[in-house]
Design a protein around this ligand. Structure first.
Ligand SMILES: [Zn+2]
Ligand SMILES: [Zn+2]
Length: 632
């Protein structure tokens, strides 16, 4: 048989040859360094056979940044972790141990609870295993044998997994530890050059709170110590920028247990919120959107029509009717209200496109365990809009939305990139409709030269979509907005327009939110800027520090002048030393601090910029500078 290599050359191999055989046929060095095969884009254990005509790529210990190569390394480390834990804590029950984005975890039921302090000895034990050397072998067994084996070992979680496993059941063994596992795994432990167990957490078996609570040990591993060091450094920076911590420190917002996942915005946080809202309104007006306002609660019947009752009810907050009334649902999305608006009268093709915009509060009943600061909330406000248009107008509308999003993210020095999700197996509409819809979305991305990946089959059942991501200063990618093509909801609501041919047609709806949500966007901005906001977003733009009591009157006068010009200014008249007041302003990341004493006047102000630099400016000069820095 033949397989195709990445350079498109063909490699002749005996029938049934594995990835490792292919590596050996190319060279002994490659065979030694190989960690994983990628076959037609999917990963495959090196030990498994290849088939004629497959396109293969062999990943090695040099693919240190490849996410698949890292996953196989980390998954293998998770097995070493389980081996170590079984040795150090006899009687422990083992559950599952997958690789995750930045590392791996393994879930255990310990006979006695353990603490963070135990991680050190476990880590040491893993290092010992690596020094001794471990290699993995793979075998396939029958379900009966697997069940018998895990029953004998008194491993109920593994037995449950074996009972329910679909397809081939395989075991991986290293040292004296055997795990039920689909793989893939490394050949041996030598590529694991750096590892760290990072934390402990509680986790329910299968994520269900009715089940036993297990102990999850998180860790990570890399192909080099340098990579681990860089990773830990990034984590440290991320911790320092964590918006939940900075949100408190900068007095922007907080959360209260009486309403989990719903931020309480403080005045300073609200200032940032309102600045973004002003951008939304200004740009929407420029770009032909029509601002609307629709109800927050609707009769259950509407949610049945929209399909949310069937698909989204678990995430909705419901208000059961007492007094025999109907059940109401609090809206998790604006779409149904906008469908009602559109459908309120007969529409002509001449009116299209219609672009309804609304930034209403939405509620989604996210599981408590998944809530995370502002980036995962229950109270969420999207910069939402629904565009009703003809099929021929879709391309231009998507084009305009991408232009809009580039402008928006550009305001924060961030470049958007995208994922285009195409037709899933389970879908509505004809292939021709999908061809045209996908082409319209893709051509808009191409025209803008936006970086994107394609998520084959990842679209929704009602149409293809573009998910928008941005990369922050720590090089972390965040999913933000979305542009979704919908050929279903207009149909459910029986929406039409009268065409030029005098017959009724169904409009297409484009759902789009570009910031995504204000909550999440602000959470990410706090981390992106580490709280050091550009002048136009800063909650307090200037703080005036009168040197002594005698200067307070002049200080207030200066503050009032700045305020009258539309800037956010305040005075700090506390009985603290000037040095202390300057330091506090630095900590609060106030962009400009103006010291006012005997030597200062409107002609000569002492202006300190946050993060460095002191200059003397006239009041007019200062105002000029402020205007430049806050220009939209
Ligand atoms: Zn495994
Ligand atoms: Zn929508």
């Amino acid at each position: 048989m033949k397989v195709v290599l990445p350079d498109s050359s063909e490699l002749e191999l005996p029938d049934g040859a594995s990835g490792l055989d292919a590596a050996r046929a190319i060279g002994p060095k490659l065979a030694e360094q190989a960690v994983l095969a990628r076959v037609d884009g999917a990963t495959r254990d090196l030990r498994l056979p290849l088939a004629d005509g497959e396109r293969i790529q062999l990943l090695t210990t040099r693919d240190t940044q490849d996410s698949d190569a890292l996953a196989v390394l980390r998954h293998s480390t998770a097995h070493l972790l389980a081996e170590a834990v079984l040795r150090l804590h006899p009687g422990v029950k083992i559950a599952i141990g997958p690789p995750i984005a930045e590392g791996f975890y393994y879930d255990f039921e310990f006979p006695e609870p353990i603490s963070e302090a135990d991680l050190e000895s476990i880590e040491e034990e893993i290092r010992r295993e690596i020094t001794e050397g471990r290699s993995w072998t793979r075998e396939e067994i029958s379900r009966e044998d697997a069940l018998a084996r895990f029953a004998a070992e008194e491993q109920p979680y593994k037995a449950e997994l074996a009972r329910e496993a679909e397809g081939t059941i395989s075991l991986y063994t290293q040292g004296d530890f055997t795990d039920l596992c689909r793989g893939p795994h490394l050949q041996d432990s030598s590529p694991i050059r750096a590892l760290k167990l990072t934390s402990l957490a509680g986790a329910y078996w299968r994520g269900d709170e009715k089940n036993t609570q297990l102990t999850r040990i998180y860790g990570t591993a890399f192909y080099s110590q340098t990579d681990l060091d860089a990773h830990l450094e990034r984590l440290e920076q991320a911790r320092a920028r964590d918006h939940r911590r900075l949100g408190m420190q900068l007095d922007l917002f907080h959360f209260d247990e009486h309403s989990p996942g719903s931020p309480l915005w403080h005045p300073k946080g609200m200032t940032i919120y309102n600045e973004l809202e002003a951008v939304r309104r200004r740009e929407n007006a420029k770009r032909g959107y029509l601002e609307v306002k629709t109800p927050l609660i609707y009769d259950k019947a509407l949610w049945i029509t929209s399909g949310h009752w069937e698909k989204f009810r678990e995430n909705m907050f419901l208000i059961p009717g007492d007094r025999d009334e109907q059940t109401y649902g609090i809206k998790p999305m604006n779409c149904p209200g906008h469908m009602l608006l559109y459908g309120s009268r007969l529409r002509s093709y001449r009116e299209l496109p219609i672009r309804y915009a609304e930034a209403a509060p939405l509620h989604r009943n996210e599981l408590a365990g998944t809530l995370h600061g502002l980036t995962r909330v229950r109270y969420v406000t999207q910069d939402d809009a629904h565009i009703f248009c003809t099929e021929n107008q879709v391309a231009a509308e998507v084009d305009a939305a991408i232009d809009y999003v580039r402008y928006l993210y550009g305001l924060f020095g961030m470049e958007p990139h995208a994922e285009l999700s195409t037709r899933p197996d389970n879908r509505l509409g004809s292939d021709e409709q999908w061809d045209r819809a996908e082409a319209a979305l893709q051509s808009a991305l191409d025209r803008h030269g936006m970086m994107y990946v394609i998520g084959e089959g990842e679209g929704t059942f009602y149409g293809p979509k573009i998910d928008l991501h941005m990369t922050d200063v720590l090089d972390r990618s965040w999913q933000m907005g979305t542009i979704q093509y919908d050929m279903q909801m207009p149909e459910r609501f029986g929406l039409t327009y009268m065409g030029a041919d005098n017959t009724e047609h169904m409009p297409i709806v484009i759902h789009r939110a570009l910031f995504g949500s204000f909550e999440r966007f602000i959470g990410i901005l706090v981390e992106h800027y580490a709280g050091d906001f550009p002048l136009w977003l800063a909650p307090v733009q200037a703080r005036v520090l009168p040197v002594g009591e005698a200067h307070r009157e002049q200080g207030r006068g200066l503050r009032d002048r700045l305020t009258a010009e539309g800037f956010r200014a305040e005075t700090d008249e506390r009985d603290e030393t000037l040095g202390k007041r300057i330091r506090d302003a630095e900590l609060e990341k106030v962009p400009f601090v103006i010291v006012y004493g005997d030597r200062e006047s409107d002609e000569a102000l002492a202006v300190r910029k946050h993060g460095g630099g002191q200059s003397t400016l006239s009041l007019d000069g200062l105002l000029e500078r402020f205007r430049e820095l806050t220009e939209p």
